[in-house]
Design a protein around this ligand. Structure first.
Ligand code: CDP
Length: 223
């Protein structure tokens, strides 16, 4: 089932999606960025004014939402388009409100079970680069290649800051650094599927490497 699957896990803004997208394009694989699924649940909760600590209500929402991920429908720098119950929410998933609430939502066991089931359906056919926190450990444990991508928190915050500024958004480096450190801490210590390298994952530190160099290193592992 997990033939031709590449699992890429790692902390916030470690370059997983950039590297995953380049790798998927070169190999003609599908890219699935699983973080957007948890972000969509957090966004839906905020839109419907559901209290984030109401686990039962958030879980019901996770089961109910309709999510569609497509090739980019706008040329505004997006890597893909995301539709939540039919509405384009691609950039809404990246707002501070969602950054602040996503990790709590993603810590709920049933929310994870629902999203993991959806991820496995998408990954079942193979030919996929799947990016997240628990792909190598839980979602696709028999993936033949698992990568765990890291970088210093400062480097990761700087990358997110640069991305936002490039899009013309306002951004505050210190806020972004604090968010990244807080989310890493929360994701690594949660009870269900904590952020953790799989025992057989290849760890790559991207701090001083370009995405092109990392993609080349991963391709060398495939050869
Ligand atoms: O892009 P960034 O690294 O900032 O985050 P993301 O990959 O979009 O994930 C957002 C949040 O969703 C993470 O901080 C985790 O709390 C959660 N997540 C998860 O629990 N499991 C995944 N497979 C992917 C994301």
């Amino acid at each position: 089932m997990n033939k031709n699957t590449i699992a890429i896990d790692g902390p916030a803004a470690s370059g997983k999606t950039t590297v995953g997208r380049m790798l998927a394009a070169e190999l003609n694989y599908l890219l699935l960025d699983t973080g957007i699924m948890y972000r969509a649940v957090a966004l839906a909760a905020s839109q419907q004014q559901i209290a984030l600590d109401d686990e039962a209500a958030v879980t019901a929402l996770a089961h109910a939402i309709q999510l569609e991920i497509t090739a980019p429908t706008e040329e505004d720098g997006r890597l893909y388009s995301v539709f939540l119950d039919g509405n384009d929410v691609t950039w809404d998933l990246r707002t501070d409100v969602v950054n602040r609430s996503v990790s709590l939502v993603a810590s709920y066991r049933e929310v994870r079970a629902e999203m993991v089931a959806r991820q496995r359906i998408i990954g079942a056919a193979g030919g996929v680069v799947m990016v997240g926190r628990d792909i190598g450990t839980v979602v696709m444990p028999s993936a033949p290649l698992k990568i765990y991508l890291t970088a210093s928190a400062e480097e990761r915050a700087q990358r997110r800051y640069d991305e936002k500024v490039k899009r013309g958004d306002t951004a505050d480096y210190e806020t972004m650094l604090a968010d990244i450190i807080r989310r890493d801490q929360f994701d690594s210590t949660r009870e269900h599927s904590p952020l953790l390298p799989a025992a057989d994952a290849v760890q790559i530190d991207s701090t001083a490497q370009t995405p092109t160099e990392i993609v080349a290193a991963i391709r060398a592992l495939l050869a």
